[in-house]
Design a protein around this ligand. Sequence first.
Ligand SMILES: [Zn+2]
Length: 185
Amino acid sequence: MLKTKTWKLWDNGKINKEETKLLRRKADDVPIPLDENSRKDIKFLIDSFLARDDALGLAAPQIGISKRIVVFKNKKLDEREAAKDEKSYDILINPRITQLRGDRDKMTEGCLSCPDVSVEVTRYKEIKVKAYDREGRKINKRYTGYLARVVQHELDHLDGKLIVDHEGSIFVPKEKHEFFEKLFK
Ligand SMILES: [Zn+2]
């Protein structure tokens, strides 16, 4: 199984400067039609995602690729289980939200790139997205409920935005309080 390193803002009580720089960057558009290089990146992201059961989604910057590609489970979101076949996940290339609808709700989120913390994040319950699929074909998608939240989380990554940038309360484990206190003051 492919074990890809996940890039993180911090690790074991210290800031990762280089990784932070890339995670905070606005990721580049993928050229359409897809070139050889982008196809490799897309495959690498999917393989990295399928190899783990602890992520609802993964954005390319999280594995060190500053390109606008995300992948996420589209079913069984409440089960800790890796996505299996192509029907169980979506991949979006150069995604753009075209509509944010309905009420917003608040929920606690975690992120592989922000280990140990969880943050209350307010998000829309329904979104519409224009993007390209893994073959570079135009697609239109609509997401609702928890899945809409997952997609908004992943898309944030492409603009260098992470859960800790949202306004809600941040929860940190007691024993690491000191480190985070300095970080979030
Ligand atoms: Zn994340």
